[in-house]
Design a protein around this ligand. Structure first.
Ligand code: ZN
Length: 245
């Protein structure tokens, strides 16, 4: 159970949405709205004498209704969604469906970052597509990455904020919080594993940042992503062996 004092720990609804963003999926409301625009795009692509296409054009030409019920024409729903999304079903873009999904995820990220519970997410540069590790990693490593990224790990700093352990400190480093940053970048317990990982990353000109270590490889050229994936996975598995993440 989360309390208002643990703002940097994600509230459950924010956490659910954050998991959706990691997978590149919009929430159900946005998904429904995405389908509304996508359906209108399909109708508008039909031949000029298509009945459904003409019906939509007729409805779309009517003034926007301000009150909605079950009899509200589809065209009015469409107009309202398009106004909220700032996205038009008649727009000509090379990959319409991909552009639409990207817009849905951008809206979701905007909404998520407005929440006072999103302190942790504001540190990540969330993108409107699935995070690299979701597509590239094996499940055991993907779990470790998402726990660190979404602040759902078992390190003392996080557990202490949820009132689950008596101290936030690292068992090896007196008076130092055992945060994700501490174990990844500073704790001497993992210096050998860290050195191996960082020297591989540096050899391939990959940044040694929190985002890369936790599986966001969007800043790395595609040809080096597998190297970064393997090197960072080894570091995380090594840490997890001594301090379960
Ligand atoms: Zn330490």
């Amino acid at each position: 159970m989360f309390t208002p004092s643990s703002l940097s720990v994600l509230a459950p609804h924010v956490h659910r949405l954050a998991v959706f963003v990691e997978f590149g999926l919009p929430n159900l409301r946005l998904l429904h709205e995405e389908l509304v625009i996508s359906y209108a795009y399909r109708l508008a692509s039909q031949p000029h004498d298509h009945l459904a296409r003409n019906l939509l054009a007729e409805q779309y030409a009517l003034p926007l209704q301000t009150s909605f019920d079950s009899l509200t024409p589809f065209g009015s729903h469409l107009k309202q969604v398009e106004a909220r999304w700032n996205f038009d079903h008649t727009v000509h873009v090379p990959a319409f469906k991909r552009a639409l999904r990207s817009r849905a995820l951008s809206i979701q990220i905007e909404q998520l970052l407005k929440s006072p519970f999103s302190t942790i997410l504001r540190k990540l540069s969330l993108k409107p597509w699935p995070c690299s590790y979701i597509k590239l990693d094996q499940r055991p490593v993907a779990i470790l990455r998402s726990r660190l990224r979404l602040n759902r790990n078992h390190l003392n700093y996080t557990q202490f904020r949820c009132k689950l352990v008596p101290s936030p400190h690292c068992p090896s480093c007196p008076n130092t919080d055992e945060s994700a940053e501490h174990v990844l970048f500073h704790c001497p317990t993992f210096s050998a594993a860290r050195r191996d990982c960082f020297s591989t990353l540096e050899e391939f000109h990959c940044p040694t940042t929190f985002e890369v270590l936790t599986g966001d490889f969007s800043s790395i050229p595609p040809r080096h992503r597998q190297v970064a994936l393997a090197a960072t996975a080894e570091l995380l598995l090594n840490i997890n062996l001594h301090r379960p993440i």
